[in-house]
Ligand binder design. Structure first.
Ligand SMILES: CC(C)(COP(=O)(O)OP(=O)(O)OC[C@H]1O[C@@H](n2cnc3c(N)ncnc32)[C@H](O)[C@@H]1OP(=O)(O)O)[C@@H](O)C(=O)NCCC(=O)NCCS
Length: 168
């Protein structure tokens, strides 16, 4: 297989559509997010505006000049002041690019960002069946900190919601 050139950088406005498409693709899989309906581009533009690089950065991974995955830091518990040193991580890789190291590159880079921005705790929330995500998180030192049993219901299929955490 031809070696891929992978680049990580801060997301820009031109990436919003690709970011939204990758997220909507994850919705369709019915096993990695509790969202059930696609987000519009208008919603994603507002979301992007609220993710300023100094507080809630969004990173993209480009493969041969195409956005193939992204990761971000978002406020935990709606950014209530007592949680100001804690941040929630999310990451999504396009289906065509999974299991080629992009998730690893994205998670490593967003952990570095969290450290740079002086966050103390990173939280990741995921379905108990999300083997890829569990493997990825554990690779970078995250541990299972909790489980919300039967918290998710997707089309009648029930999942536990796991909480993984890392002190940075
Ligand atoms: C989870 C996700 C980001 C992983 O991305 P990826 O690019 O496939 O990750 P990598 O290729 O870097 O793989 C990381 C490790 O996990 C393993 N892995 C990835 N997917 C796997 C799977 N489905 N089953 C078993 N192991 C898996 C890889 O083998 C690799 O292990 P290694 O480094 O020891 O060889 C990707 O599957 C995805 O986008 N899933 C949907 C979105 C999601 O679940 N996000 C989490 C909620 S925020």
């Amino acid at each position: 297989m031809k070696a891929m050139s992978k680049t990580i950088r801060l997301a820009e406005k031109d990436d919003i559509e690709a970011i939204n498409n990758i997220y909507n693709q994850a919705i369709d899989t019915r096993c990695s997010t509790g969202d059930l309906e696609h987000y519009s581009l208008e919603y994603r533009k507002e979301w992007f505006e609220s993710h300023t690089p100094d507080k809630y950065p969004v990173l993209v991974c480009e493969v041969d000049n195409q956005v193939a995955g992204w990761a971000c830091l978002s406020p935990y518990r709606n950014g209530r002041t007592g949680f100001r040193h804690t941040i929630e991580v999310s990451y999504y890789v396009h289906n065509n690019f999974k299991q080629r190291g992009l998730g690893s590159l994205l998670l490593k880079s967003i952990i570095d960002k969290a450290r740079e921005l002086n966050y103390r705790v990173i939280v990741a929330m995921l379905f108990h069946t999300n083997t890829g995500s569990i493997k990825l998180l554990e690779k970078y030192g995250f541990e299972k900190w909790g489980c919300l049993y039967d918290a998710i219901d997707i089309d009648g299929v029930v999942f536990n919601h796991l909480c993984y955490g890392l002190k940075v």
